[in-house]
Design a protein around this ligand. Structure first.
Ligand code: PEP
Length: 247
């Protein structure tokens, strides 16, 4: 069975104080017996402080990025081992902001996926098409090529052990959400691409998810939860979204 997840990507926002305050508000409300597992992705520099607030409880911590290298003279990079040492269980790879702004290629994303998974972290592989690609009818081809690049490096069964987040680029941070039907169509195509081995792979939807649109999205048969950016910075809104996920 697919694991139900709700993930909050805090991006490059906040201070130690605001991160700790947000984490403690979430921690007070979120219990282990909720249907979904909650994961928060603070900036690297706030992970340690956030972890001291949430401890080993109901909320898991992830990192927003990881180095493709395991150790050595790579100034400014953060390795898988460092993330594990900080208590991370998950890591985002291939977020569209990193692909577009930092120039991460499909191949680099695949290397990051491998290094994360080999170390014991669970990668959340983010995929999605631009507005132009959607308008040109290339959505499924783009998403499928992004997933294929990872399959080529690590094999299908390892991709199926991870989590995949479909995040249409035109819906991220824009207030524009894919309709439940548009999202389900792509999730269905991803599920078909993964075949039998992907029947229990967790597929998340991301892109301007809010409490007001989450229920319909999460009701789709191939959507197992959400990756939430902006709305995860407000405790009440994020908790309301999270509670709409059914196991
Ligand atoms: C994201 O950053 O992954 C995201 C989905 O952002 P937002 O919810 O703000 O669109």
């Amino acid at each position: 069975m697919c694991k139900a997840l709700v993930a909050g990507n805090w991006k490059m926002h906040g201070t130690t104080g605001s991160a700790v305050s947000l984490a403690s508000q979430l921690n007070q409300d979120w219990a282990q017996n909720n249907a979904a597992e909650m994961i928060i992705f603070p900036p690297f520099v706030h992970i340690s402080a956030v972890r001291s607030v949430i401890g080993e409880g109901a909320i898991s911590i992830g990192a927003q990025n990881i180095s493709q290298y395991s150790d050595g003279a790579y100034t400014g990079e953060v390795s898988a081992e460092m993330l594990l040492d900080q208590g991370c269980k998950y890591v985002l790879v291939g977020h569209s902001e990193r692909r577009a702004v930092m120039g991460e290629s499909d191949q680099m994303v695949a290397k990051k996926f491998k290094v994360a998974q080999d170390s014991g972290l669970t990668p959340i592989l983010c995929v999605g098409e631009s507005l132009k690609q959607r308008q040109q009818g290339e959505t499924v081809a783009v998403v499928s090529a992004q997933i294929d690049a990872v399959i080529e490096l690590v094999g299908l069964s390892n991709v199926c052990r991870a989590v995949i987040a479909y995040e249409p680029v035109w819906a991220i941070g824009t207030g524009e959400t894919a309709s439940p039907q548009q999202a389900q169509q792509v999730h269905h195509a991803i599920r078909a691409q993964l075949g039998e081995a992907g029947r229990s792979t967790t597929l998340l939807y991301g892109g301007s998810v809010k409490a007001s649109n989450a229920a319909e999205l999460f009701a789709q048969p191939d959507i197992n939860g959400g990756l939430v950016g902006g709305a995860s910075l407000e405790a009440d809104e994020f908790l309301n979204i999270a509670k709409l996920i059914e196991a």
